[in-house]
Design a protein around this ligand. Sequence first.
Ligand code: CU
Length: 192
Amino acid sequence: MSGTSKTILLAALGLAIVASGLAAPALGAMSSIGPRPSKAVTITLYGSFTAPAGWGQGPNSITEPGPTLTVQQGDVVTFQLYSNDTMAHQLIIDVDNSHSNTSGDGWSYQFSSKTTAATFTYTANTAGTFAYFCNIHGYSVQRGTFVVNAAPAPAGDNTLLIVGGVIVVVVVIGVAAAAMRMRKKKPGPPGP
Ligand SMILES: [Cu+2]
């Protein structure tokens, strides 16, 4: 290999290494997409202590336990709360599953109207399966399950890394091909 082609090859290899070194952090920054934007979710819930006690998602559709409520992590959940029996109820989102109203749980104000919703907003930051219950009548009488599905990994993360990897591989193959072409141009050793 001549001195010139060797220099070009080394320069190309150096450029490829520098390019891949620059591409990695750039792609890393591009792929650091934040969590999925919070979604507003509305859940209607009727509470009742008068038989049948429990919860329902419509008037006079009370069951015990009440319906399982499912949201996605990060959702901003607005509960529309009604009292099916016009008694006062209070919704607790039982984040520590203690079946009692403890620090860190979500809680609504008391509500007692069957026709006018009391709103309570709960941001589902913690993924998991939790209980919900009425703070006034207790877990054993008015309860249900509240599921917060963990937020999926942001889409596009892997795609960008794969694209970056392909670019680096293409550059390396191109450099290798150029080097081989240069080698072929070099005349072989003289025959016997
Ligand atoms: Cu109640």
